[in-house]
Design a protein around this ligand. Sequence first.
Ligand code: ATP
Ligand code: MG
Length: 763
Amino acid sequence: MDYLSGLNPQQRAAVETTEGPVMIVAGAGSGKTRVITYRVAHLIQKGVDAFNILVLTFTNKASREMRERIEKVVGNEARNIWMGTFHSVFAKILRVEAEKIGYPSNFTIYDTDDSKSLLRTILKEMQLDDKLYAVNIVLNRISSAKNNLISHTEYLANETIQAEDISNKRPLMGIIYETYAKRCFKAGAMDFDDLLFKTNVLLKDHPDVLNKYQHKFKYLMVDEYQDTNFSQYTIVRKLAAAHHNICVVGDDAQSIYAFRGANIQNILNFEKHYPDLKVFKLEQNYRSTQNIVEVANSIIANNKNQLEKNVFSDNEKGDRIKILRAFTDNEEGKIVAESIAQERALKGLNYADFAILYRTNAQSRAMEESLRKLNIPYKIYGGLSFYQRKEIKDLIAYFRLTFNPADEEALKRVINYPRRGLGDTTLEKISVAADQHGITMWEVICNPHQYLDGRIPAQLNDFVTMIKSFAAESKKLDAYESALYIAQHSGILKELHSDDSVEGRSRFENIQELLNGIKEFAEREDIEDRSLAIFMQDVALLTNDDNDKEKDKDTVSLMTVHSAKGLEFKNVYIVGLEENLFPSQMSLTSRTDLEEERRLFYVAITRAEKKLVITYATSRYRWGTLTSCEPSRFINEINPSYLELEAIKAAKPSFSNGSFDTERKSWSQQRDLAPKSATTSTSSPTLRPKTTTILPKAHVPTAGFTPNAANEFQNGMEVEHEKFGFGKIVNLEGTLPDIKATVFFQGLGNKQLLLKFAKLRIV
Ligand code: ATP
Ligand code: MG
């Protein structure tokens, strides 16, 4: 059993304790995921049937990687393990059981766009103020009700909730929830939260089904347990109720989804629910250098609400953490891209060893631009997924309608795309008729003379005939042939082919890419049913990260900190460490939210194995306006002894007493120096952070800038250049009056300057 030799004694004990409830709450990089991986391999080695094991991971990518590792130990058997995200695993179960709760087994999964579109329709029909009842707010409210297992009937009956909605001036929220739920049901559709909510309904109302899955999943494991919400927690508890063979691993310091209903109570409750619980502690971090682990510890120590934990590393001490300042977001991108190119060349690394992490997706733009300029290949994770592109969604909507004609969001999307003269008025008439008669829009258009007044456009009948022919053909053809048939006969291929613009061509290529993907699926040998209907089942759950083809490419990874959870990279750049961005502006009003932002920063730091670089810009475009920014309070929380001295100096022009306050002061001075005419107007006043607008000047020298004479400089001196900012002399050569200095400027690298001309002063 030599696979167990890759574990320390605590990890090994956790792996070998296969029976009864087990919990591991341990710091980042301590091998929690490794324990789950080995535990599954161990169970199979011990003779447990892989079909009886269920592993719930946070992303599809994580489960794919885990499966690959397990396969190395146990071989092909690994394919039979039930493994995936909560959403994908329970969507699969719902496909089998849907009819028991009144849904067709080919139910559609509504993605967030579909949910919002449906809500917009409902809000419009109810003639509600779309500012007060903003779609995002309404959707969040419904989502959090579902994640707390509150049905629309319970919502409407609950006086506390009603009172809350009334005090928020949104008394109709319950009615909207009810309408939304009923419309989804009528359309044979479940939204993302429904996949868990309906699983709960299924397990609650059908003891036979619960019993079946309790016996099927004899061993349950949950990674990233700290981020489960009540709905997920309840499913896990129910499934484990018969045998108690449940193992959860997590880290309260990495709980970063409270805003989506994740609840730290789930960790605490676990102990209460299972008195025979065995708790294992893992304290050694195997991922990162000592410096990185110490920095992470020092940051999280600022949080009041956390479980006591000791994390240490036996790895090398490693480089100190670098903090780099840029003057604009574009310059920040440039600094990061140049640093990656340099590090890669210097240390012989791959692009895949680098990750750039940011707080918000919008920050990727500046990074991408700079990476492209240096021809650095990169991949954005978790951004707008391939499956979210308009042309892909259009074609997929045809597929959806083919298999589930009740799917109203799909119908609305394609009834007049490509244009066939069935405009908004017709659509509205259909929608009203469907509502009046309590039937689906599809039923209306199948019998238009019965339900619609006035002239019925002939195209309506053609549309129905077309969709019906798609359904008939797809019964005869394989996934690829069906998809191609639909793409051709719906007119989508022709429509895109005729668009000769660059965008048009790229849209056409995307459709081809989708068809290629379906072709691969149709040729797979490890699955029995390779029909388009099966391909379609999980498409709504797919993300960009699931594109297998991209997997092996050597690229720099770009992603939000949220998507970086559980991952690790040799070199990590955390960018945009500024007040109002990280921590986000939204979080600044409450301690709870601020602590969540700090945990997010902790997650970001602990992704790094060898080298960590933190950057911030002093001005940045946000919401269409240039705003000046202050460095994040989190930078201030890092013990300066872990920082690279050079970096501290560069970041703090007037560093004197070991705190960043002096720096802030000098920055406000800089701001005052900036010409007022640079102020641009803001397009979104409500969202705008409280900052002053300044010019994106490369460097604004401190007041009273007087250059020194050429003979006053020495090697190693800290200097300030009028344009390049703060730097350090790394070499001097030549004789007076022609002395040439090589100065290292943060973010710019080395510059050669002739001292008699360069406006340089000693700081
Ligand atoms: P996170 O909290 O970020 O999810 P984690 O606790 O799940 O982290 P892992 O990802 O399992 O930690 O492990 C971190 C790294 O340390 C991985 O590269 C893993 O292979 C390695 N590792 C864990 N335990 C050991 C060990 N006993 N010996 C050698 N390497 C180990
Ligand atoms: Mg992990």
